[in-house]
Design a protein around this ligand. Structure first.
Ligand code: SF4
Length: 448
């Protein structure tokens, strides 16, 4: 996609009343050559997830941050606007849609508003998960959020964050263990996000090994690949950070062969997904048989296993096997092989590899097949596209119901301005590349 095309790109319009979200998703997969028996989009769900950014502020300054140079200068969008975006997500994609409550870091939002937002997402019949760097995600806060319907907490921890006292990914496993202890026993699924970059690719086996050891508590380990987008100082990878190498590193750490090319989540160049059972440290690959997986996807498309307790998922499949002999015939040999491979009580552990695109190299077909959206005031748009033109959305004055004038993102007040110019960046709001320049200038001034 060229600069003009990116600049002209708009969010998806609201779907027509009679349109079926799952059918619309299937049409997008077919139009981009991604529809096949192992495609989850348009079969299991109408969209992978939708990010609901409730603040642009963050208490970290990661070297691969996707936020923009102006994000820190922007006020949190009003609660009414956040809730109307939740309504729009429910209307567009239907009940059960996964909503990432994120930012910046959502825990910087006023606590009562964060709780109100999660409650509203849950009451809208959607599936709320909290994406946070965990610094302010205390057990007390997680308990309150779980009480109002939070389902997952996804902790983002890795060496792009330059956390003091943690020299590498192995050292960060201690922090990961601390965060697990904070969330354990609250009825939340625990997920971890790790950005993979040139500097920690060699350490990914340490992360995977940790996740396998913690499989009783951890449901998903997700790896986001280095991308030149946003304000981060690191820029794009020198080439080694790609889905194949990351999958290899995960298998090295897990000590097992794991299939990353069976079910698809959207475009094959965007996402890789794996599902395993871990029993006494032994990792059993569940996606190693494509025909069996195609049969499971065909016969259980509407079942959200990953959200069910293991016993209910087993019961649901068991009933389906009993009532569909053809399915049972396809499954039984595979099922017996998996059972025989277990060494005790199994725990489900999923791995996900998400290959974000550089802002300057957006592939139109991948954007059209995108399964990860950001909800804007004007509708959902692909996350890669949103990151490439984030200021167009965050610096946009908003018309708020019952309010005269427009909500101004820089003042947080009503004003007559329908456009705001790029705010001056101050030492207080400087992050990423701009902060580095500021610091350099300041030290240069001191020296001169
Ligand atoms: S956000 Fe980007 S990498 Fe992810 S699915 Fe969408 S287009 Fe693909």
């Amino acid at each position: 996609m060229g600069a003009a095309e990116i600049a002209a790109a708009r969010p998806y319009p609201p779907r027509e009343a009679g349109d079926d979200p799952l059918q619309l998703a299937r049409q997008r997969m077919a139009a981009t050559g991604q529809w096949h028996p192992l495609q989850s989009m348009g079969r299991r769900w109408a969209i992978g997830c939708v990010a609901l950014e409730i603040t642009q502020r963050c208490n970290l300054d990661c070297t691969l941050c996707y936020l923009s140079d102006h994000s820190e200068a922007v006020k949190d969008i009003p609660l009414a606007e956040v809730l109307s975006r939740v309504d729009a997500i429910a209307a567009q994609y239907g009940p059960g849609t996964e909503v990432q409550v994120t930012g910046g870091d959502p825990t910087l939002r006023a606590r009562d508003e964060l709780v109100a937002i999660v409650r509203y997402v849950a009451e809208a019949g959607l599936y709320p998960n909290l994406f946070t760097n965990g610094i302010k995600a205390t057990r007390d806060l997680l308990r309150d959020l779980a009480r109002v319907g939070l389902r997952d907490v996804a902790f983002h921890i890795d060496t792009t964050q330059n956390r003091k006292g943690f020299a590498d990914e192995n050292a960060l496993n201690a922090l990961r263990a601390e965060y697990i202890a904070r969330a354990r026993g609250l009825g939340l699924r625990i997920l971890f996000n790790t950005t993979v970059h040139d500097g920690n690719l060699a350490e990914i086996p340490d992360v995977a090994r940790f996740m396998v050891a913690q499989a009783a508590d951890v449901s998903l380990a997700s790896f986001q690949l280095q991308a030149a987008t946003g304000r981060g100082v690191a820029g794009g990878s020198e080439g080694l950070v790609n889905s194949t190498n990351v999958a290899r590193q995960i298998q090295r750490g897990a000590g097992a062969r794991i299939s990353f090319d069976t079910p698809f989540a959207g475009h094959g160049d965007c996402n890789r997904h794996a599902l395993t059972l871990v029993s006494r440290g032994r990792v059993v690959d569940l996606y190693d048989d494509k025909p069996v997986m195609a049969a499971i996807m065909a016969h259980t498309a509407e079942m959200k296993f990953e959200r069910m307790p293991a016993w209910r998922a087993a019961a649901a499949i068991g009933w389906r096997l009993l009532t569909r002999p053809a399915f049972a015939r396809a499954m039984l040999p595979w099922g017996l092989r998996k059972l025989a491979a277990l060494r005790g009580r199994p725990h489900r552990l999923a791995f996900f590899i998400h290959d974000f695109m550089d802002a300057g190299a957006l592939d139109r077909c991948r954007i059209e097949a995108c399964v990860f959206m950001v909800q804007t005031a004007d509708g959902p748009i692909s996350m890669c596209l949103h990151n490439a033109k984030r200021d167009d959305f965050i610096l946009q004055p908003l018309a708020l119901p019952g309010q005269a004038g427009m909500w101004n993102p820089l003042t947080g007040q009503a004003s007559t301005e329908t456009r705001v110019t790029n705010p001056a960046i101050t030492a207080k709001t400087a992050k990423g590349r701009v902060r580095v320049t500021h610091v350099r200038k300041a030290s240069w001034k001191e020296q001169s």
